[in-house]
Unconditional design. Structure first.
Length: 596
């Protein structure tokens, strides 16, 4: 048999090393928008001759502006092609992961919305007014914003599974307490705990999607991941009305306890760790409580079936990769201020603020609906719960439609600017009009939501047929949820290294503002009237919409400035660590010289 030429053998060896080593490289958790250009990441075997000829021909034949544009396109294509797989999870595994994420995210809005039909009954049982009972909604939303800042930081640092487990443990304990409490202060405190345990699932879900999906496909996966949180508003009020009407409000929380416990058992057994600071792109075996039973059995079977030499090499490689990731993440006490630090960034701060305004408008409709439906139509708890079905249906439709629209628009703009998308690979988004891609979908949905809210106020004012407010509630749910989804995906795109923390910052701002909005909505309706109250809310949404234009206009520059700052910080840190290593080496050599 003819021997392989040395140059070809070296190239094959380098290519094999690239394929096997890259998935274990901790630096590949960083997407290319946070890295240097393609020239700093050449192909392991060097640039191809075809690429060199194409570049030379482009430089000779094209004007300066077109030449620069063509070089940008070719650099993006080369960089994208040579990047490793973003996630080793198969499509079937991703579907299962997102399905579990959707179920976990189901509990936060379920716990919030199942409560609405019982508000009037709870106010009577605890001897207080509806306005005072609305404080349980306000405090719930405050902790719905605060808790994810802790859990998000924990998840980005220690992994997704530990954060999920701790959150559900708190949630189960709070459900037992609420079902047994007899005083309003106890109800208030326990609802805070319940919110703390369940609300983290939304931020964690966004983190999981960012772990397994690239920006080009993130819209659809995020849509399915948020389907659980969006289904809850459709069925939760109905369940709350049924329990309140026939079994009493306490059974709401016994039901939540049983449901959460039933979900937690299979979750513990099957849900894999996806955190990129723990398992990289999924190719590094997790350890400790990051490992599910399925992970454990798979690792054990692989060790049993592999030849001795391959098993030893695999174990050594895994240990090296695990130690590298462990050294980088440096476990510490979760710091909620990490989420707050994101608010200082111009693009993120504006995006969070405007998303929160839409969230306030949406929840003003939700929080006021029970009292308005009882006042205008004389409905009981069950009938009020059924009236939330159209809004929930609109929310559910939005999760699917908005995700497909986002991915379609991403592909459309990529084709327009000559950007090549390689599915399953990290994409270099530095020169991609990301803000335009997302805002083109967000802006129409925001305008539709504002129009629906305005009309909703006036049909309630004139007390029309029930069909009119129900249709408008459906449109409000669809448009608001679409806007939420687009802005949430955009936020993760802006901060892919810490998606759970970024989503936690989103929850913090919107829930704090939403808490204030739900606390005053009844007073606003009493003072302004139904029609003018919701007209004012809609006008605020429209008046602040130029924020989206500002993000589209100046957002790319702010994003690039943040990337350069991050690169500078990273280089300074690397230089500092190198200096420390050199000092240690010099000290060691000095001691050895003295001994000699």
């Amino acid at each position: 048999m003819a021997s392989t030429p040395p140059d070809l053998k070296n190239a094959e060896t380098q290519a094999k090393t690239f394929k096997t080593a890259q998935p274990y490289d901790a630096t590949f958790e960083e997407p290319f928008e946070e890295k240097a250009g393609a020239e700093d990441h050449p192909s392991p075997t060097g640039p191809s001759s075809a690429h060199s000829i194409r570049t030379a021909r482009t430089e000779q034949d094209q004007p300066d502006g077109q030449n620069e544009r063509q070089q940008d396109v070719e650099r993006l294509q080369t960089t994208t092609t040579n990047t490793p797989v973003w996630s080793v999870f198969s499509t079937q595994q991703k579907r299962f992961i997102v399905f579990m994420v959707a179920l976990a995210g189901f509990f936060s809005p379920l716990s919030a919305n199942i409560y609405f039909p019982a508000l009037n009954t709870l106010a009577a049982d605890f001897g207080t007014t509806e306005s005072v009972m609305n404080l349980t909604l306000t405090t719930y939303m405050i902790f719905q914003g605060l808790a994810p800042t802790i859990f998000g930081d924990l998840a980005d640092m220690a992994g997704r599974r530990p954060a999920y487990i701790i959150g559900f443990t708190i949630y189960l304990g709070a459900c037992i307490g609420i079902a047994s409490c007899n005083t309003f202060p106890a109800l208030l405190v326990l609802r805070m705990l319940q919110s703390s345990g369940s609300s983290s699932t939304i931020a964690l879900g966004s983190g999981v999607v960012a772990d397994i999906a690239t920006s080009a496909e993130r819209g659809v996966w995020m849509g399915w991941a948020t389907s659980g949180p969006m289904v809850a508003p459709a069925i939760a009020p109905v369940l709350g009305g049924l329990f309140t009407q026939f079994l009493g409000w306490r059974w709401i929380f016994w039901f939540l306890l049983i449901l959460a416990g039933t979900f937690l058992v299979p979750f513990l057994l099957t849900f894999p760790e996806t955190g990129r600071k723990v398992v990289g792109n999924g190719s590094i075996p997790p350890q400790g409580w990051n490992m599910s039973l399925i992970n454990y059995l798979q690792v054990r079977r692989q060790r049993r079936d592999a030849p001795p030499l391959e098993r030893t090499l695999s174990q050594q490689s895994n240990r090296t990769a695990q130690q590298a990731l462990k050294h980088k993440r440096k476990l510490r006490i979760p710091n909620p201020l990490h989420a707050l630090s994101l608010i200082r960034e111009k693009d993120v701060g504006l995006l969070l603020f405007y998303n929160s305004i839409i969230y306030c408008a949406f929840y003003d409709v939700m929080a006021s609906a029970p009292s308005l439906l009882q006042e205008v139509y004389g409905f009981d708890a069950l009938q009020i719960g059924l009236c939330f079905l159209p809004m929930g249906t609109g929310c559910l439709i939005a999760t699917v439609v908005s995700g497909k629209l986002m991915d379609w628009n991403f592909r459309r703009i990529a084709k327009k600017v000559g950007y090549e998308i390689v599915r399953g690979k990290a994409n270099d988004l530095r020169n991609f009009p990301l803000e335009t891609c997302r805002i083109q979908i967000a802006l129409p949905t925001v305008m539709l939501a504002a129009a629906a809210i305005l009309c909703y106020g006036w049909v309630m004012q004139v007390e029309t047929n029930l069909a009119a407010p129900l249709i408008l509630m459906c449109i409000t749910g669809f448009a608001s949820t679409s806007a939420f989804n687009v802005m949430s995906v955009m936020l993760v795109d802006l901060h892919p290294l810490a998606p759970a923390t970024a989503t936690a910052a989103n929850n913090l701002v919107r829930c704090l503002l939403g808490a204030g909005a739900t606390a005053v909505i009844i007073y606003m309706i009493d003072a302004m009237g139904r029609g003018w109250c919701f007209t004012f809310i809609a006008l605020v949404v429209v008046a602040l919409s130029p924020i989206l234009w500002a993000l589209e206009r100046w957002g790319p520059g702010w994003r690039e400035a943040r990337r350069l700052r991050a690169e500078g910080t990273k280089k300074r840190k690397e230089n500092s660590e190198e200096d420390k290593r050199n000092e240690t080496t010099d000290d060691t050599q000095g001691h050895e010289t003295e001994k000699t």
